[in-house]
Design a protein around this ligand. Structure first.
Ligand code: HEC
Length: 206
């Protein structure tokens, strides 16, 4: 050992050189297993790349099969459209009508009757002569809709919408097309509008 240089003499290492060594087989196997697992995971949890499908559901068909099949929801949506098209101009979006001119549908005893018979007559053939609604008197005329709403479904839908409109405080039973059909049949040769006096002789539910 050199007393002037206490560090042990380093021997010069050989430069590393590139060589060829076989890739270990386990690495391939690991890759294979990982790829397989990745695809399996995606298949199980990816919802078939559908944006509407989340865990724990696996595909769109399954998710759709779990949606509520609400016939009434559809009827209400159609009723709202019809109301906006045909009725809102007079009875207003609020259902409150215009005092002295157009009677309210919100809180109306006619609309909220146990059955829809009388209001089916009103919508099909129109209405005239004095009427009392929610304690107020009206005396104007409402046009008939039977030649415009040719489908019983449309009449049923709009009446369901006004009877079940919670924003207006209404809460009566839904109206079915089968309830409209016989009344349309009965009124088919009549052109005169209904009158409140006459309507009162008709049972509001049959
Ligand atoms: C041109 C204006 C007008 C339109 C549009 C109209 N109504 Fe009327 N409606 C009236 C008038 C006016 C009366 C009261 C008639 C009377 O004085 O005898 C009335 C009465 C009623 C009544 C009975 C009274 C009440 O307020 O509960 C109902 C129910 C009714 N309408 C529903 C409808 C529905 C549903 C539609 C849409 C399909 C509609 N109306 C479209 C003017 C209209």
């Amino acid at each position: 050992m050199n007393p002037d240089n206490p560090l042990p003499q380093l021997t010069e290492e050989a430069e590393p050189t590139a060589g060829i060594a076989a890739t270990p087989v386990w690495l391939f196997l690991l890759l294979l297993v990982l790829t397989y697992w990745g695809m399996y995971y995606l298949d199980k949890h990816g919802g078939g790349f559908q944006t509407l499908v989340y865990e724990p559901y696996s595909d769109l068909k399954y998710v759709q099969s779990l949606q509520p099949k609400s016939e009434e929801g559809e009827l209400l949506a159609r009723g709202k459209r019809n109301f906006e098209l045909y009725c809102q101009i007079c009875h207003q979006a609020s259902g409150l009508g215009t005092p002295g001119q157009f009677p309210p549908l919100a809180g109306s005893e006619w609309v909220n009757a146990p059955g829809p018979n009388r209001i089916i007559h009103i919508v099909l053939n129109g209405l005239q002569e004095p009427i009392e609604v929610h304690g107020q008197q009206f005396n104007a005329a409402m046009v008939p809709w039977k030649d415009i709403m040719l489908k019983d479904e449309d009449v049923a839908a709009v009446l369901t919408y006004i009877r079940q409109n919670k924003d207006w405080g209404n809460n009566a039973s839904a109206v079915k097309p089968e309830q409209v059909k016989p009344i349309r049949e009965k009124l088919k040769d009549r052109s005169a509008p209904m009158t409140p006096t006459e309507l009162k002789t008709i049972p509001d539910s049959e």
